[in-house]
Design a protein around this ligand. Structure first.
Ligand code: SF4
Ligand code: SF4
Length: 186
């Protein structure tokens, strides 16, 4: 099924995350256990509810929400759900849709920049490497000067190795990234 702007959201989420959001009966257990709920503009159970409705306004509210970028992926919601649903996977699918449709909330853009910098670092060195991660994050977020004052102390303590460590299996890691991109285009 297409996941373009006109796709029904519940179907798109089911295709991407394998979760049938219509099975959520709004008990709120996911929200009660979520460590990030107080930072979210929509609580996890509200996210599930809006994903059920099929209303274009609800779809827009979800894809433009900050909540989907606040999720820390801890899976507490998924563990607690009495319906064995996976709100964390739903949120992941919503993030991807939001990114693809250019609807990332202004405050979510810095979090997205961090995600992308992290993945680029893993793709090119095979692991999370501090300098590429920080450098790319600053470049893509525009947050050039944040925390710059702590850099000398970190360098002095060897916490910011200027030459990133590259793992032996880097080629295989790159192949995984390429396979994911090919799957995304299919
Ligand atoms: S815990 Fe499960 S059933 Fe309850 S509101 Fe959350 S997603 Fe819905
Ligand atoms: S995975 Fe996300 S939504 Fe679920 S409990 Fe953790 S932070 Fe909250």
């Amino acid at each position: 099924m297409s996941q373009g702007p006109d796709a029904d959201l519940a179907d798109a989420v089911r295709d991407a995350a394998g979760v049938r959001v219509e099975r959520c009966y709004q008990c709120g257990k996911c929200t009660a256990g979520c460590p990030m709920a107080r930072h979210m503009d929509l609580a996890p159970n509200q996210i599930m509810r809006l994903a059920q409705t099929g209303d274009p306004g609800d779809r827009e509210a979800l894809l433009r929400s900050l909540a989907i970028w606040c999720c820390a992926g801890c899976l507490t919601c998924t563990q607690r759900c009495p319906r064995e649903l996976d709100p964390a996977a739903v949120i992941d699918a919503l993030r991807e849709l939001s990114r693809r449709e250019g609807k990332v909330s202004p405050r979510g853009r810095r979090i997205l920049a961090f995600h992308e910098a992290f993945l680029a670092s893993v793709e090119h060195t095979g692991r999370m490497s501090e300098v590429p991660l920080v450098g790319l994050y600053k470049l893509w977020s525009g947050d050039i000067f944040q925390d710059l004052a702590v850099a000398p102390a970190m360098l002095a303590r060897g916490k910011l190795p200027l030459i990133p460590h590259v793992i032996k299996g880097r080629t295989e890691i790159r192949r995984i990234f390429e396979a994911c991109r090919a799957k995304e285009k299919a």
